[in-house]
Design a protein around this ligand. Sequence first.
Ligand SMILES: NC(=O)c1ccc[n+]([C@@H]2O[C@H](COP(=O)([O-])OP(=O)(O)OC[C@H]3O[C@@H](n4cnc5c(N)ncnc54)[C@H](OP(=O)(O)O)[C@@H]3O)[C@@H](O)[C@H]2O)c1
Length: 310
Amino acid sequence: MAGQTKLGKSDLTVNPIGLGTNAVGGHNLYPNLNEETGKDLVRTAISNGINFLDTAFIYGPKRSEELIGEVLKETGKRDEVVIATKGAHKFAGDETVMDNSPSFLKQAVEDSLKRLGTDYIDLYYIHFPDEDTPKDEAVGALKELKDEGKIKSIGVSNFSIDQLKQANKDGYVDVFQGEYNLLQRYAEKELLPYAAEHNISFIPYFPLASGLLAGKYTKETKFDDLRKSMPHFQGEEFERNLDKVDKIRHIAEANNAEVAHVVLAWYLTREGIDAIIPGAKRPDQVLNNLKTLDVQLSQSEVDEIDRVFR
Ligand SMILES: NC(=O)c1ccc[n+]([C@@H]2O[C@H](COP(=O)([O-])OP(=O)(O)OC[C@H]3O[C@@H](n4cnc5c(N)ncnc54)[C@H](OP(=O)(O)O)[C@@H]3O)[C@@H](O)[C@H]2O)c1
């Protein structure tokens, strides 16, 4: 297929525009989610050449994987899609804890396979670190699953630089997923350079800063979901962020595109970033994000976006 990119040193090739699916059945994250709309997001993606779906056990919990499994069965296109999912959350009474132990991860993969209705997962991430398990042992468990063909590549998410280095001690980590966007650039310090140097594909999550960088919110916009408590949506900081977004509108216009597209295109110019997984709530947003692929930012535009948000 044209326009595909390889994820780091893994054998996975994907459209650089993927789909983040925490709004597909992620009832624990967004109130009043319609599951049929969620399935439509996945159908729209698959039928328009988006072949990289990012989900997790905890989205729902479980429902995101189950709904994706239903759409894959219905479309019969399992083999055309790269499925990334994640695990580490364990329910212990009223508490949710992280578990990276080999036995937990192996069972978590078996459970995800069932929910997704497939016999292999293209990319399996340890979603969050726990406190106890040495990270090379945790990744060692995933390497065994890879050797058995149950997963095709190995990812870790939300690890510190030290945890990532330990996880990658034997060179087994293919993909790292961490928060990174123009408003949250901490990863540029060590994580992104380490990933680029070791041919680990860095997948940024919250690429649109949960919609703030899409350029459609105003100072009057109100939120009724988890954004109510996110720092960059608060008071004066929210207003300052909207001002920064306004400063790059002319670059979007010059490219005959929307702000969301130039923001997403900017990530794809970063060394170490091969693909992005913007989330969407409506099928038109899924389609709209594909327009990113038409944007060719000049070096001076790349630099200007960098400066505005530095
Ligand atoms: N590894 C982890 O711990 C972790 C954590 C968080 C997320 N993730 C992954 O990263 C993915 C992306 O994160 P996210 O969905 O939370 O945030 P995001 O991609 O930064 O923002 C998505 C939101 O932006 C808005 N949007 C999307 N496309 C748009 C368009 N073309 N025009 C205008 N608005 C648009 C929509 O919000 P509105 O319609 O409400 O405006 C959408 O829900 C998730 O789906 C998940 O797969 C992983």
